[in-house]
Design a protein around this ligand. Structure first.
Ligand SMILES: Cc1cc2nc3c(=O)[nH]c(=O)nc-3n(C[C@H](O)[C@H](O)[C@H](O)COP(=O)(O)OP(=O)(O)OC[C@H]3O[C@@H](n4cnc5c(N)ncnc54)[C@H](O)[C@@H]3O)c2cc1C
Ligand SMILES: NC(=O)c1ccc[n+]([C@@H]2O[C@H](COP(=O)([O-])OP(=O)(O)OC[C@H]3O[C@@H](n4cnc5c(N)ncnc54)[C@H](O)[C@@H]3O)[C@@H](O)[C@H]2O)c1
Length: 507
């Protein structure tokens, strides 16, 4: 006989204890509510064990070594190759050897309950969990259920690939050995970063991108990254599709590539193949069909959320949005609903920092709604609204040189109807020439001509990631250019490029 499920009730149920789920739970508990998180794997999620932390731990030693090699006086003091075993060991430290004890302790200390297992929505406000302890749990949420389930790699439809044991980003970031030859399919952020990490650890790397590298960034910036990869020996194959992948008798793989030359076909043989061709929200098996959601036309399911992370269009027993409740008040989606999605699961951005930002707004909105302090939609830029998602999402590609961007590119700004101009320059200031020999960089500001404020900024070059927050503040703060002129960059820093850009703009 199947035992009865264990019944529990909480104010808020969070499915997924990645960085984002942890933050939602933290905020609702700080707001005076009770919270449980359900986690099927490790508390801390993708970022801690298979994504941001290990990939940056693999990249950083190569950047540090190259940094020293770029400065006369320092270069004489360093050996010329990385110690791959020491790099992997340091990576293991940053992933806590794939043990989540410290994050579980943080949950305990924060007053968040953890149930380990796979969760899904059984009915409105009701989550069932197949516990890893063998129990089944039936959990009721008084206020909200939050989907913080992350994302899943999107498999490309390449002939032969589905049958093969190739690497995804998880296998690459947790690799125990450095393969002699690595083929990377996908020229996005993950593919580009990991191609360079492994090249610097000693792999002979081929990166195959069906179009350009790092598609959404300006071409002048991505050219510098491609040059950086090539300098590390990566064979960067742009505008090249992978026709098929086959496993050879000796366990190696051969990729057949179709390049842009007429009839151009080549093959590449590698010991490992990394497939990094994007991700989609992990929403399968969550019972969302019972709430009226279905994936269509072979596409992965995507939810629509409002500025608080509230899922729109949830089929409800209580009455549709727009109808009146017992007090004669119009039911908005917000008042009628209880289901939220945040982070990768919400599908707006696939960045830890932005997911955690969403989590803070969502957690605070749930707590405020529970206390009756928030009704309906919150004001833009209030603590309950994820307004920066529309204006100022920052991201850094941790290659060498780095690429850092926030807000809109020129193209995005035009598409969104802004009266836009831009100003761009190579980064050639005293700070950059002191930073390293042959410092090469590029910077761009995107300006809203009607309001004379920044809509976006891009920087490419060694260590430019640390320039980005100034730009994020300027975009979020809608700082008028005439006032920005008074933000004087210290001499001699790479930030002097801000002054040069504003001068070129005409200030
Ligand atoms: C190689 C790589 C490098 C990256 N580097 C960076 C970086 O440098 N900076 C950055 O900002 N972003 C980076 N990202 C993106 C970042 O990893 C994600 O945006 C972030 O992890 C999303 O956090 P999340 O909490 O939404 O999801 P996740 O971290 O994926 O957490 C979701 C959790 O939910 C659990 N779960 C899912 N379904 C269920 C279920 N039904 N029941 C119970 N538990 C469930 C999962 O086990 C998982 O632990 C990188 C991504 C990759 C792939
Ligand atoms: N530094 C960071 O912040 C960082 C690092 C790594 C990953 N991430 C996040 O993780 C997510 C996943 O990374 P990613 O690099 O896999 O995704 P991505 O969306 O950045 O890049 C995917 C790439 O794969 C290509 N592609 C898609 N389908 C293909 C096909 N069928 N054949 C060949 N190429 C194909 C795309 O053209 C694109 O260039 C990203 O959205 C990013 O936000 C962030």
């Amino acid at each position: 006989m199947t035992p009865e499920p264990l019944q529990r009730e909480f104010d808020v149920i969070v499915i997924g204890a990645g960085a984002v789920g942890e933050n939602v739970a933290d905020r609702v508990v700080q707001g005076g509510l009770t919270a449980v998180v359900i986690e099927a794997e490790l508390v801390g999620g993708e970022c801690s064990y298979w994504a941001c932390m290990p990939s940056k731990a693999l990249l950083r030693p190569g950047t540090a070594l190259h940094g020293a090699q770029s400065v006369p006086g320092a270069v004489e003091a360093v050996t010329l190759t990385l110690d791959a075993a020491a790099v992997l060991k340091r990576r293991d430290y940053f992933t806590a050897n794939w043990q989540d004890d410290s994050q579980v302790k943080w949950l305990e200390d924060t007053g968040i309950e953890l149930i380990r297992g796979h969760g899904w929505i059984k009915a409105p406000r009701t989550v069932e969990v197949a516990g890893l302890d063998g129990n089944t749990y039936e959990l009721k949420a008084r206020h909200a259920v939050v989907l913080a389930t992350g994302s899943t790699p999107t498999a490309p439809p390449i002939d032969g690939l589905a049958d093969l044991q190739v690497w995804g980003t998880r296998e690459a970031t947790s690799a125990k050995e450095v393969p002699e030859r690595l083929a990377v399919i996908g020229g996005g952020v993950a593919g580009t970063e990991l191609a360079q990490a492994f090249a610097r650890l000693g792999s002979d790397v081929t990166l195959v991108a069906r179009s350009g590298l790092l598609g959404t960034f300006p071409a002048e910036a991505t050219k510098l990254v491609a040059a950086g990869l090539r300098a590390d020996g990566v064979a960067v194959r742009l505008n090249t599709s992978t026709e098929n992948v086959r496993e050879n008798d000796d366990g190696t793989f051969t990729l057949t590539l179709k390049d842009p030359t007429p009839g151009g076909r080549t093959t590449v043989t590698a010991d490992k193949v990394l497939v990094s061709t994007g991700r989609h929200p992990a929403l399968e098996g969550l019972g969302l069909e019972s709430l009226g959601f279905e994936a269509r036309d072979g596409q992965a399911l995507k939810l629509t959320t409002d500025s608080t992370g509230l899922v729109q269009g949830v089929r409800s027993l209580q009455g549709a949005a727009g109808t009146e409740d017992a007090n004669g008040e119009k039911r908005s989606e917000g008042e009628n609903s209880w289901l939220y999605a945040v982070g990768d699961a919400a599908g707006r951005n696939f960045f830890t920092h932005q997911g955690k930002y969403e989590a803070r707004a969502t957690g605070d909105a749930i707590a405020a709604r529970a206390k009756g302090e928030l009704r309906g939609a919150p004001a833009a830029w209030s603590r309950y609204a994820q307004t920066a998602n529309q204006h100022a999402v920052p991201s850094v590609v941790f290659t060498d040189p780095e690429l850092a961007a926030v807000g809109r590119t020129v193209e995005q700004a035009k598409q969104d109807g802004y009266n836009v101009s831009s100003v761009e320059l190579p980064i050639e200031v005293s700070g950059s020439s002191l930073h390293s020999e042959h410092y090469e960089g590029w910077a761009q500001l995107v300006v809203d001509e009607d309001r004379r404020v920044l809509l976006g900024a891009t920087f490419a070059g060694p260590d430019v990631g640390e320039l980005l927050h100034a730009a994020t503040i300027a975009v979020v703060g809608e700082v008028p250019l005439e006032r920005l002129w008074h933000a004087v960059p210290s001499f001699p820093t790479v930030s002097e490029v801000w002054l040069r850009l504003l001068e070129k703009y005409g200030l």
